[in-house]
Design a protein around this ligand. Sequence first.
Ligand code: FES
Ligand code: FES
Length: 152
Amino acid sequence: MRLSLTVNGDHLTSGAEPVTPLVDVLREEFYLTGAKPVCREGFCGACMVLIDGNPTPSCLMPVALGQGCDIRTVEGLTANGGLNPIQVALEACDAVQCGMCFPGMVVSLTHLLTIRPAATRDDIRAALTGNVCRCTGYERIIEAALLALATK
Ligand code: FES
Ligand code: FES
């Protein structure tokens, strides 16, 4: 039996085993490679996607549980596939180094900007507690989020 999923507004089906991690189906069946399986333990946030609008590590979610949910990956954050305000700000602030963590960062920060348009520096820090960056330190990322809030 195939599983039915809604990903970035598209209705897709998967032949994966129900317990397969969602991140693997997104990447290997749907070629949405933004979400990265790095720790596979729910710790690093590199695999973050939005499930019904909430940031969720897709490495911990069995694909079968995604049925009936609105699944949104970093590729689907804008209607036209262009950059959203947080992506523009991250680039402007030169915040990206290796880039491994950034799809997850973008997902978490996009969610924050959506639910809290007047977010503070502390709100940004709190929003990133589930996202680990091994390269940059976090200051430029926080500056980028503040820039995105100011220019939104
Ligand atoms: S790979 Fe999912 S949280 Fe690290
Ligand atoms: S830019 Fe390399 S892990 Fe964040």
